[in-house]
Design a binder for this molecule. Structure first.
Ligand code: SF4
Ligand code: SF4
Ligand code: SF4
Length: 244
C-alpha cells in the first residue's frame, strides 16, 4: 500500500522548518531571495531545482480582518501521475513509481527530455510541480524522501515539523486521520476540505476555500477534474509526436 503524507494546514505556522529540512536532506544549495518588489513573506517565490518544497503565503482581507493561509507546497505523488504518463511516451523509465512507497521518482534519464518535452510534462502536472535544471537538463522535484522511507525513517520535512502539521504513514491510516480531523475542523471552518484525497499521496487538509490558497492547491480548483477524454488526449500527445 502506498505511503501518504498528510498536511494539516490548520496547524501550519509557516515556520519553514520543513522547507529547510528538505534542503538539508537533499544537500541543495541556498537561493538568493528577494522581498522588495514582491510584497510577500514567502521565500523563495516559487519551487525551483534547489527548493523541492516552498511554504506558500496567501494573504487577504476578510471583512476588515487580515487572513493568512499557509500552504507547504510539494509534489503530490499522484497515484496515476500525469508527468510520468507523458514522460513514458518519450523515454521509458525516466520517471518511475516506487511500488512499495508509491513515490514518483525522476531518474538521471530525465536529462534526455528536450525543453519542449519538459514543458509538456510540466503542463500535464495538475499542481505545476516539475522543474528543469537548465545546466544539466535533469528534471527535479520532491522524491518523498524515498531513501529515508526505505531506511525506516519518515520524510525529513515530516520529521522536522514542530506543530504536527505533517503526518506520515500508511494510506489507510492517514486518510482516516485526515477525515477525523476534517470532521472536527468543520465546526469552526465550514469550508474545510481534503484536497484530491483519492488521486494523490500527499493530501492537504485546507480550512478555507481553495481559491483562498495558492492557485494550484487543488487540481479541481484550477483546471477542473480531468475527464477520461481529456486524460486520453493527454496520453495521445507524445504518441502523436513520436509518429510525426
Ligand atoms: Fe508548517 Fe510544519 Fe512546515 Fe513549519 S514545518 S512550515 S509548521 S508544515
Ligand atoms: Fe507528477 Fe505533478 Fe503528480 Fe508530482 S504532482 S507526481 S510532478 S503530476
Ligand atoms: Fe523534501 Fe523529502 Fe519533504 Fe519531499 S518528502 S518535500 S524531498 S523533505
Amino acid at each position: 500500500m502506498p505511503k501518504v503524507i498528510l498536511i494539516d494546514t490548520s496547524r501550519c505556522t509557516a515556520c519553514r522548518g520543513c522547507q529547510i529540512a528538505c534542503k538539508e536532506w537533499n544537500e541543495l544549495p541556498a537561493n538568493k531571495t528577494y522581498q522588495v518588489g514582491w510584497g510577500s513573506h514567502q521565500n523563495p517565490k516559487d519551487l525551483n531545482v534547489n527548493n523541492y518544497k516552498v511554504v506558500r503565503f496567501s494573504e487577504r482581507l476578510d471583512n476588515g480582518v487580515v487572513r493568512w493561509n499557509f500552504f507547504p507546497d510539494q509534489c503530490r505523488h499522484c497515484d496515476i501521475a500525469p508527468c510520468k504518463e507523458i514522460g513514458d511516451g518519450y523515454i521509458e523509465e525516466a520517471i518511475v513509481q516506487d511500488e512499495k512507497t508509491g513515490a514518483i521518482l525522476y531518474t538521471p534519464k530525465t536529462k534526455g527530455f528536450s525543453k519542449e518535452q519538459f514543458e509538456e510534462i510540466r503542463e500535464a502536472c495538475p499542481y505545476n510541480v516539475p522543474r528543469r535544471d537548465e545546466k544539466t537538463g535533469m528534471l527535479a522535484k520532491c522524491d518523498m524522501c524515498n531513501d529515508r522511507i526505505h531506511a525506516g525513517m519518515p520524510p525529513a520535512c515530516v520529521k522536522t515539523c514542530p506543530t504536527g502539521a505533517m503526518q506520515f504513514g500508511e494510506r489507510e491510516d492517514m486518510l482516516a486521520l485526515g477525515k477525523a480531523r476534517l470532521a472536527a475542523l468543520r465546526k469552526d471552518w465550514p469550508d474545510a476540505m481534503l484536497a484530491d484525497p483519492e488521486s494523490v499521496n500527499v493530501v492537504y487538509l485546507l480550512i478555507d476555500k481553495p481559491e483562498n490558497y495558492y492557485k494550484y492547491s487543488v487540481a479541481q480548483a484550477n483546471i477542473g477534474p480531468m475527464t477520461k477524454q481529456q486524460f486520453l488526449a493527454t496520453l495521445a500527445r507524445p504518441f502523436k509526436a513520436m509518429k510525426a
